[in-house]
Design a protein around this ligand. Structure first.
Ligand code: SF4
Length: 576
């Protein structure tokens, strides 16, 4: 029987509740956003006692459905001040789902000056004081906890960045190889740090299988769904071969690869950091070019990257990180970027926010463009140690821009703009502007249709069709984020007619219900409206749905494109 577990850090109590009827059909982002909107005062301080940190597996998480093992984390974001959901792979989601935990809601702030850990099992949640692992990096925490509790333990942890409540801090999740995946965006690690929780361990021993109301129907739909994932050229071939980093050369060609803190759209060193180069390097050094971030992932866009001596450096080495430290900071040394990626995992800081921040820091003169060793030194000696400079840098791109008087600061609602220039890929600009979470490419990934010709084609350099494209994708994404599915299922869902019905059939077979395609669309719309309303009550207006001024003022090569949407055109987004 599914349940809700509440942990109150103010009095160190826990409570198990039945799932309210209104939450029964929700999971993942749909559930975290519903709970945050219902229970967190929108104007509260994100690091104060009124904020809540909510974890929720998706509707299909824990079932054999391919790519369904994502965990959503939600709260009011200390980075953006908006509602926030960030989802990640790893082993925690499937374990929580097997334990029947529909949501874990962490409330309040401890009265004592002490740190704690949570242990989740069939017996409920135990709160324990923690001293030994304070100040430790995430890899040391995982190693120590596996020695303490066994290799199979699920782990959610924060590094020094979360303990110091840096607004770019993430929450790390142990993956099947005891490495790290991240609830990266929005500073949720700082929220966990504000609640004085260093880590959460999960033991699902003795837990039953996730129940499926109609196993035969589920099996048939799961087979059709998996086939669609493997048949699509992006999810079946491009991502498994080159990872998300396949995009470096593609975005360079399209002139949409933000370079040197968003002053150009192409990077001379693109070949050296490309997915093709990365693939060959990994193979030559005995790493893994294909890797799943959770059991049951059949796309396997992740990889394990080794150094020249064949020793592990990093995994889950994503395009957005490689773009950010690469093109945006003018670094063409993949090995140095990999070392920095590992450091960010260990410190527990969002690699997108931090990479965008370094571009702004370079513009501010804190270190020169191209200085990869400088980045590694700053991560280790400043951010990792929480020096005064490290704390400013750990506050993300917006904080550094304000501290140093930089005017070219690529953020929306104070969240760093990721790896696609909105002047030359205009659909993604609409997503950055209107997303309820601040600049976030995953909220409505128009790159699919603007650049990859998935789900048709909308010319990236023209304004026509972009608002509709972003709106449709943001609605669909909000629904997909509620299922526990990895966002990359969107590629076959847009192109292969059997894919989306199979996904809906799996949900129906899991719960014994009869959702239609319209129901799923309505769910996505509902989630967006709930999130939008929270933001309005937090003080956000349509004037916050804007890109920074420099995108209008500075044409970007090679297309000499500018951001040319009127305010009224952007505001059309919310007309649904
Ligand atoms: S495709 Fe990539 S992001 Fe998606 S579940 Fe697999 S490894 Fe994780």
């Amino acid at each position: 029987m599914d349940k809700i577990i509440r942990v109150n850090m103010a009095d160190l109590s826990t409570r198990t509740e039945a799932v309210p009827a209104a939450w029964a059909g929700l999971g993942g982002r749909g559930l975290t956003s519903t709970i945050v909107a219902a229970e967190v005062p929108p104007t509260c301080h994100p690091l104060g006692p009124s904020n809540k940190l909510v974890f929720a597996p998706g509707l299909l998480t824990g079932t054999p459905a391919a790519n369904s093992g994502r965990l959503s984390a939600g709260a009011k974001s200390p980075l953006t001040g908006t509602i926030k959901e960030s989802n990640a792979g790893g082993t925690a989601a499937q374990m929580l789902a097997r334990l029947g935990i529909k949501a874990l809601i962490i409330e309040g702030i401890p009265k004592a000056d002490a740190w704690y850990s949570l242990h989740v099992s069939l017996d409920g949640v135990a709160i324990q004081e923690e001293t030994e692992l304070l100040g430790k990096g995430n890899f040391a925490v995982i190693e120590a906890l596996e020695a303490r509790l066994g290799k199979k333990t699920g782990i959610l942890t924060i590094g020094p960045a979360g303990e110091l409540k840096m607004t770019a801090a993430n929450i790390s999740v142990k993956d099947p190889d005891s490495k790290i995946r991240s609830h990266g965006r929005g500073g949720l690690g700082a929220v966990m740090g504000s609640k004085k929780i260093k880590f959460i361990t999960i033991d699902d021993q003795g837990a039953p299988k996730v129940p499926i109301a109609d196993p035969e129907k589920f099996k048939t739909a799961a087979r059709a769904f998996a086939k669609a994932l493997l048949d699509h050229p992006v999810s079946g071939e491009g991502l498994p071969t080159y990872g998300t980093n396949v995009l470096v050369n593609i975005l360079h060609e399209a002139g949409g690869l933000p370079t040197r803190n968003f002053t150009a759209g192409q990077f001379d060193g693109h070949d050296k950091i490309s997915g093709e180069t990365m693939h060959d390097t990994i193979v030559a050094r005995g790493g893994k070019p294909k890797h799943g971030c959770h059991a049951g992932c059949i796309i396997q866009c992740s990889q394990v990257y080794h150094d020249k001596e064949g020793k592990y450096v990093t995994s889950g080495f994503e395009y957005e990180t490689i773009w950010g430290l690469g093109a945006d900071c003018c670094i063409d040394d993949l090995d140095d970027i990999a070392v920095a990626d590992n450091l960010m995992d260990d410190i527990g800081i969002d690699s997108i926010e931090t990479a965008v921040m370094f571009g702004v820091a370079m513009e501010a003169g804190i270190l020169p463009f191209g200085d990869s060793k400088g980045i590694i030194r700053i991560l280790t000696e400043e951010i990792g140690r929480g020096t005064p400079l490290g704390r400013i840098l750990g506050g993300g791109a917006g904080a550094v821009g304000r501290a140093y008087g930089v005017t070219r600061v690529p953020v929306v609602k104070n969240q760093g703009i990721p790896a696609y220039d909105p002047r030359s890929v205009k659909g993604i600009g609409i997503t950055y502007a209107t997303s309820t979470m601040g600049a976030d490419h995953t909220a409505g990934y128009t790159i699919a249709t603007n650049i990859l010709n998935v789900g048709g084609f909308v010319d990236p350099l023209k304004k026509e069709g972009q608002v509709e494209l972003s709106r449709n994708l943001q609605i669909a994404t909000a629904a997909v984020d509620s299922t526990g599915m990895c966002i990359f299922v969107a590629f076959p869902a847009l192109d292969i007619p059997e894919c989306l019905p199979a996904l809906i059939d799996m949900i129906n077979a899991r719960f014994g219900i009869n959702l239609t395609g319209d129901d799923v669309t309505n769910l996505g719309k509902h989630i967006l409206k709930v999130e939008h309303q929270f933001n309005i009550e937090a003080g956000f207006t349509k004037e916050h749905d804007r890109l920074p001024e420099f995108f209008r003022l500075e044409p970007v090569a090679p297309h000499n494109a500018v951001w040319d949407f009127t305010d009224a055109e952007i505001d059309e987004f919310w007309n649904f």
